[in-house]
Each structure stands twice: as structure tokens, then as C-alpha cells.
Design a protein around this ligand. Sequence first.
Ligand SMILES: NC(=O)c1ccc[n+]([C@@H]2O[C@H](COP(=O)([O-])OP(=O)(O)OC[C@H]3O[C@@H](n4cnc5c(N)ncnc54)[C@H](OP(=O)(O)O)[C@@H]3O)[C@@H](O)[C@H]2O)c1
Length: 331
Amino acid sequence: MRTFIFDDYKQPLHGADVPEPVVGDHDVLVAVAAAGLNQLDEKLRLGEFKLILPYRTPLTLGHDVAGTVIAVGAAVRRFAVGDEVFSRPRDHRIGTFAERIAIDESDVAHAPANTSPVEAASLPLVALTAWQALVERGDVQAGQKVLIHAGSGGVGTIAIQLAKHLGAHVATTASAANGDFVRELGADVVIDHRTQDFAQELSGYDLVLDSLGGENLERSLTVLRPGGKAISISGAPDPAFARAAGLNPVLRLVIAAISRKIRRQAKRLGVTYEFLFMRADGQQLRRIADLVRDDVIRPVVGATFPFDETPQALESITTGRVRGKTVVTGA
Ligand SMILES: NC(=O)c1ccc[n+]([C@@H]2O[C@H](COP(=O)([O-])OP(=O)(O)OC[C@H]3O[C@@H](n4cnc5c(N)ncnc54)[C@H](OP(=O)(O)O)[C@@H]3O)[C@@H](O)[C@H]2O)c1
């Protein structure tokens, strides 16, 4: 079947014919109708995740999918042939830039009936990230103040909507051209990151979701109230992540060292710092599907490409500035 692979780290993504997926007892085989692109795809290709996600090459890329179940393993109970589903397959079983993919049923949910495959494929990775940051880790409560960085991006567009649904007061950073757009998504306060300094404008926040890392993360700590929490999806991985990921002792020491500065800064300010690396979770995806069905969360697709142009689509997400997500269609 036709897929898009890279042969070795830093090598370009290209089309290839590979053997059909093997469908395990707990797997569903999905005919891919649409596949969402993520910065993680490009970071993997460039080898930036080699240490914590050691993939063998050649590798079929792609972390998000929507499509139709065309076969099920012997032990599958929740899905049947013909079901419309969406998924972020678990790490080490990715590969949605393909005509078909076998996915463990516990990573899959039925797609919301009110979405197209393109819209459904735009959701899993970013919506699970938002859910795990705001619900699971952040425990956001009504009335709390939440800062979501990069509100017009893939994660930000969903995180703003989810935080509003949870009853939070939401501030976000975005370019001026995206100000009205993020306000429509529900942001109460919009900071133009090109002309304004959010750290000067905001204070007393309960939670920050940082997707930029570096100085942006360091300054984010200063807008938190004492006891507040910064969750970064782009900052330094922390020891809790290293433990949960089962990394070896040497890597754990390395990770402790690279996050020491930000953890110390947080401690000095009386706030906490956590790194989040999202994980596949079909149950959470079901909750997200319910919110989409109830029009609480609407998918934001800024660009689509035909399947044959998957490499161009991947390149576009590193250089372009689309609102929300980029999705390839019609594998
Ligand atoms: N750890 C995890 O589990 C995890 C999960 C998902 C994503 N991520 C990472 O999180 C990052 C964001 O992902 P994404 O999918 O949301 O990316 P994206 O869709 O490419 O969005 C990035 C957005 O960042 C905004 N931006 C650029 N510079 C900014 C600044 N200085 N301040 C505020 N906003 C700025 C841009 O919006 P404007 O045009 O409005 O400026 C752009 O829309 C990526 O690095 C990704 O790899 C990590």
C-alpha cells in the first residue's frame, strides 16, 4: 500500500509502497480518509525525539487519522466494520500518512457525526494534548484564570475552547491578525505577542499552557499566582516525565539536568513546572467527541492538501502560519 516515509533522520518524506499492516487481535484496520499533520511529525523526521522516542527508520509518519474501519481483530469489542473513527495511534504504532493503518482499539473513538473526515482528523493529537493539560494535569475549575499561548495554533485553538467550557477566564497570545479569531473561539484577553509583553500585562494566573518553551516559558512563570502551575509541551522534559516514560538512569540524569534551571526558577517563585508529552487515549477521545457533537468544541482546519502532496503539507506547517490545523485527504 502507498505511504509517506522517510528513510533516515533528516532525509525528506517521500512516497513508498510498503506491505499491508498486520492486524493484531486488539486492532482495528482503518482505511484512511484524512490525516492531520503535527509539528511532532517534522520533529521526528529531524531526529529531535531520537533519545526519548527511538524509532527505527524507514518510518511512515503521521499521528492523526480519521477513516472507516475495514477489518477488526478477533478480540475487538467496541468497533465493527463500517464504523467511522478517529485516532491518535500510540507511540511506536504511528503511520497515518498511509492508505491503511492498524490501530489498537483502545486508542480509537467513534468520530463525531457532525464532522467531516478532514475535521475529525484535525483533532486527536491537539485535543488530547489540551485535555491532558487542562483537565488531567491542570484540573481547571470554573472561575480560574488560564493563559494559553499560541492561541491560533493547532493546540491553542482547541485549548481555548476547552478552557472556556471548563468555566475559566482565558487569556491567550496571538498575532494581531488573529486577534478577532481567537476572541471568537472564546478568549477573554488577547495579547499580541509581537507588540505586547504578556508578562507585563497578566498576573495572578492559576495555570499557563506553554507551547513555545525557552524564554516564553520562563516569563510565563511570573504571571502565575503563588501555587499556580505552568505546563509546557515544548519546554524541558522533567524527571516525572522521564520516570513515566521508563527512560534509563543515564537519560533520567540528563533530563533532570536540562530541566533543573526552570524547576529552580519555579520553586523560587512558589509555583510548579510540569512538562507534558501527550499520549494516545481512546477514552479521552470519546469525551472530546462528545464535546464536538455538542458544539462545545469546533475543529479548526486552516489548510488541506491532497494525499499525494503530503511532503508539501509537512513543509508548509514549518513555514506557514495557518489557523488551526493542516490535514491531508483522500489516501
Ligand atoms: N508535548 C506534547 O505533547 C505536544 C503536543 C502538541 C504540540 N506540541 C508542541 O507544541 C508546539 C505548538 O504546537 P501546535 O500544533 O499548536 O503548533 P502550530 O499549529 O504550528 O501553532 C503555532 C502557533 O504559534 C504562534 N506563535 C508563534 N510565535 C509565537 C509567540 N512568540 N507567542 C505566541 N504565539 C506564537 C503562531 O500563531 P500567530 O500566527 O497567531 O502568531 C502559530 O499559529 C509545537 O512545538 C509542538 O511540537 C507538543
